[in-house]
Write a protein that binds this ligand. Sequence first.
Ligand SMILES: [Zn+2]
Length: 178
Amino acid sequence: MQRNTEQKIVEETSSKGYKLRYSPGDGYYSSDELRIITADPPFEPSKSKQRQAIEFLISELGEYHIKSILATHPQFVDPGENFESVACNLCGEPLKMDDWQEFMSTAHESKFHELSILPKCCDKETSLNKLTYSWQAGFSKYRLSIIGFNPNENKLAKLMDQLEKILETNLKVIRAKY
Ligand SMILES: [Zn+2]
């Protein structure tokens, strides 16, 4: 299937970063959003790779609104309403929301470049990016987002495989709801 997508991708450069946006005229909206982030938070794909990635998604999922976003620094990419709880990845103990928020505000001061933390339950260093979020969440500078898309695992695995080849990095999936 070959679509003429070239003129449908809108490019935006601002102080917040670099964005490629695809909006089909009669695009589908829902409260689900599939967010694909890099496993390595500061990883930055080249502009041509970013374009290849969104073009690939449009060729597969042209009926959805799709965004490719490169922010100026890593951001916390959360699952929206799906966010429930977070636990220590070393011992499994749930983190108190107050403690987690304190770690988050300290990390925010470094614009999420410094993600190491020392949770109270363990006397060992870990990372905000390694904690066990009850719904997958993570930190990344680059992300792709597909509005209204909530695929089954099989379909998703095929897309991720292709995207990891295009972007040449490991990716994580976040199923968000709003
Ligand atoms: Zn622990």
